[in-house]
Design a protein around this ligand. Structure first.
Ligand code: TXA
Ligand code: MG
Length: 355
């Protein structure tokens, strides 16, 4: 049964106060509110209410063993959610909160297992986006929020994406315009021997090491190692961001990769397939006669991060059957963008000699 979704455009003025009060009320009563954060839009529910968390899984069509991130507005709120907060964690929070960093701790009893997908740990983040902070304050409860997309779709970076996926499935959508970062937060597991990055994001391993002197990356985060020839991306399990189009990611030196992409895309067109290449806007001319979806500018990695999910959604909107891409962004988003491309790709090819 579809429900009526209220879509509220935030103006950034005092008039928003009424909207936040209503949204906070919905959350306290166990309802669902989608809202912008600096990374991607989130789909919020009261994190301490098992029934409310369960609604998130139903609205997204998400498997119930996939845990949610709990969002807070003040450091003090962490103490009733998490145990074993180490001095290293304090340093990371001091340096990177509010911001695009999620930390995993042992959970306290106040957090229901419905929120943590049955795990004894809890993921917590303090977002920086003013709308997210205002909503959490008004709600007066910690807010569990996965990305506000249907399970399997790219994360939403604009309110239009949320509306397309969740209209009729949630109580309210707060439209705060396009988000500033465009890729999900860096997730760091703080329960092990040393901080371990489980999902790369805007906050890089180098910055974590600079802050606390150590840290590692989970090899299964999908950012290390490349494959020879054609390899299946590691299992359906990892195709979280998959477009309907069959995406091939070509790795290798830029010239060789572009050459390979051009050849593959031309072949796909000859086979009569609806084809597109994703590339930085400057590289358009490398693909004459091939439909191109520009993904930001190579001179501005921030723009690529912001545009990536919109571009993946555009593949489906345009009915593309085969899409080709190389690496799209340099630091500070190289690892995070490559990670998402690997997860979205059906095939990963390595070409040419590595430099
Ligand atoms: O930037 C973000 O993190 C966004 C915004 C809305 O804050 N949220 C987001 O949530 O990306 P979601 O649910 O799409 O991704 C959360 C990821 C999932 O891969 C989940 O498995 C992992 O975090 N996660 C959550 N709790 C965990 C835990 N206790 N242990 C390990 N992984 C956990
Ligand atoms: Mg997600």
């Amino acid at each position: 049964m579809p429900i009526t979704t209220r879509i509220c455009r935030l103006s950034g003025t005092e008039e928003d106060g009424k909207i936040y009060r209503e949204a906070g009320e919905i959350l306290r009563r166990g309802g669902l509110v989608a809202f912008p954060t600096e990374t991607v839009y989130g789909l919020g529910a009261n994190a301490l209410d098992a029934g409310a968390s369960a609604k998130i899984y139903a609205a997204k069509g998400r498997p119930s063993d996939n845990p949610l991130i709990v969002h807070i507005a003040e450091r003090g709120e962490l103490d009733r959610l998490a145990a074993g907060i180490t001095p290293e964690a304090e340093i990371l929070m001091e340096d990177f909160w509010p911001g695009p960093m999620t930390l995993i701790f042992s959970k306290k009893d106040a957090v229901p297992k419905e929120t943590t997908g049955g795990l004894m740990t809890v993921a917590v983040r303090m977002p920086e986006h003013p709308a997210a902070r205002e909503l959490i304050r008004e709600a007066g409860v910690p807010v569990a929020a996965p990305s506000a997309n249907l399970s399997g779709k790219p994360s939403p970076t604009r309110a239009e994406h949320v509306i397309r996926d969740l209209d009729g499935r949630v109580d309210m959508i707060l439209d705060g315009g396009p988000v500033p970062i465009g890729l999900e937060s860096t997730i760091i597991d703080m329960t092990g021997e040393e901080p371990e990055v489980l999902r790369p994001g805007r906050i890089r391993l180098e910055e974590i090491r600079a802050a606390v002197g150590r840290g590692k990356i989970d090899p299964a985060a999908g950012v290390q190692g490349t494959s020879d020839m054609i390899a299946r991306a590691p299992g359906m399990k990892y195709r979280h961001y998959a477009p309907e189009a069959e995406l091939t990611l070509v790795l290798g030196p830029p010239e060789a990769a572009a050459e390979k992409i051009r050849g593959l895309a031309e072949d796909s067109l000859r086979r009569g397939r609806r084809t597109a290449v994703l590339c930085p806007s400057e590289d358009r001319d490398r693909y004459p006669g091939i439909p191109v979806i520009p993904a930001g500018s190579s001179a501005d990695p921030e723009s690529t991060a912001r545009e990536l999910y919109r571009c993946l959604r555009a593949l489906d909107e345009d009915g593309i059957e085969e899409a080709y891409t190389g690496e799209l962004a340099q630091e500070p988003f190289r690892e995070a963008v490559l990670n998402r491309l690997k997860k979205a790709a059906a095939h990963i090819i390595t070409t040419g000699e590595t430099e």
